[in-house]
Design a protein around this ligand. Structure first.
Ligand SMILES: [Zn+2]
Length: 327
């Protein structure tokens, strides 16, 4: 654990067997109320790590806020455990509700994920929701939370954090901005080295890649000296990193256009197979099942963005979606 700014500590919580490696766990300490940001996976080792930190910094659970940036299980896995310990939880209404709707297999978030797989043409891959990493490591009980409403503030000692809407990586991801000290806790909105996963969340959330790019525009214009991300190294220059992320998605959109030109009317699955992936497998059949969900979701988000731009059309046939480029 190290102090990264006055009274702000950073500890790394391991995420075994996960390409993200660890969660950057932040603690903002004050004599009165303190705050921790996100939790790591629901694992015994992680509980012990957090307990050690509480002891070392002399944090009192009843005087500590747990701020959840977004619903992913590497950020929320121990929310129930920490709530039982006496912490007060803040989460955005959207992600908090989604989290509470993903406890059981039959809950709406998993049923929606299964439906999306059918739309994407993944039925022939015979994926099971049990293969979905989000399902495997999900929290196993509901949480009670105070809605984190963008524009409202949380005061911790000398810091006055504004809750900031960062939606895109998830439908309701939020960050904390301290204007005077030029600090932004951004969750997974911007990461060093790794490109944040942007996936299709269902038509009710619209063009989510477009939404993500707008959230990037917003942060680009913010005055930030310290960008505290949730994984990997800390980014020095947020504008430089945002430009790299714009480039990444531009290239991806181009790949999707090329795939549609080559294959004509295509399912999301057909397009996904033609995109470049960092995974070491020769072809789609060898692609790890867990990654097929993510890959198709990402391709789908890009196709929906092209549709929002008016470049692509979509139609449904026998429950499967087909995309075509407008010539
Ligand atoms: Zn995430």
């Amino acid at each position: 654990m190290r102090e990264v700014y006055k009274n702000i500590y950073l500890a790394e919580l391991p995420l075994p067997n996960n390409p993200l490696k660890y969660l950057n766990f932040y603690i903002i300490k004050d004599q009165g109320k303190s705050m921790i940001i996100d939790t790591g996976f629901n694992r015994e080792d992680t509980k012990e790590d957090i307990m050690k930190i509480f002891k070392e910094l002399n944090l009192k659970p009843e005087n500590t806020i747990l701020f959840l940036t977004h619903l992913h299980s590497d950020h929320t896995g121990l929310a129930t455990y920490l709530e039982e310990m006496g912490l007060t939880i803040y989460a955005s209404k959207i992600d908090g509700d989604l989290l509470n709707n993903s406890v059981e297999k039959l809950d709406s978030m998993w049923q929606d994920t299964i439906q999306q797989g059918v739309w994407q043409g993944l039925e022939e891959d015979q994926l099971d929701i049990e293969d979905h990493p989000g399902f495997k490591f999900r929290p196993t009980a509901h949480i009670n939370f105070i809605p984190a409403i963008p524009g409202e503030y949380i005061q911790i000692g000398e810091y006055n954090f504004e809750i900031i809407d960062l939606k895109g990586h998830t439908p309701g991801i939020v960050g904390l901005y301290e204007k005077e000290h030029k600090i932004l806790f951004c969750g997974d909105h911007i990461l060093g080295k790794i490109t944040p996963n942007i996936t299709f969340w269902g038509f009710q959330y619209g063009d989510i890649l477009g939404t993500y790019l707008e959230s990037l525009d917003h942060v680009y214009n913010m005055d930030i000296d310290y960008l505290f991300s949730s994984h990997r190294f800390l980014v020095d220059d947020h504008r430089e990193r945002i430009e790299e992320l714009y480039d990444h998605h531009d290239k991806r959109l181009d790949e999707a256009r090329k795939a549609l030109r080559k294959s004509g009317r295509s399912t999301v699955r057909t397009v996904t197979k033609q995109l470049q992936w960092d995974i070491k497998s020769k072809n789609w059949d060898e692609f790890p099942k867990a990654q097929k969900w993510f890959a198709a979701g990402e391709a789908h988000a890009h196709l929906e963005h092209l549709r929002a731009l008016g470049e692509v059309t979509m139609e449904e046939e026998d429950g499967v979606l087909y995309y075509s480029i407008k010539e």
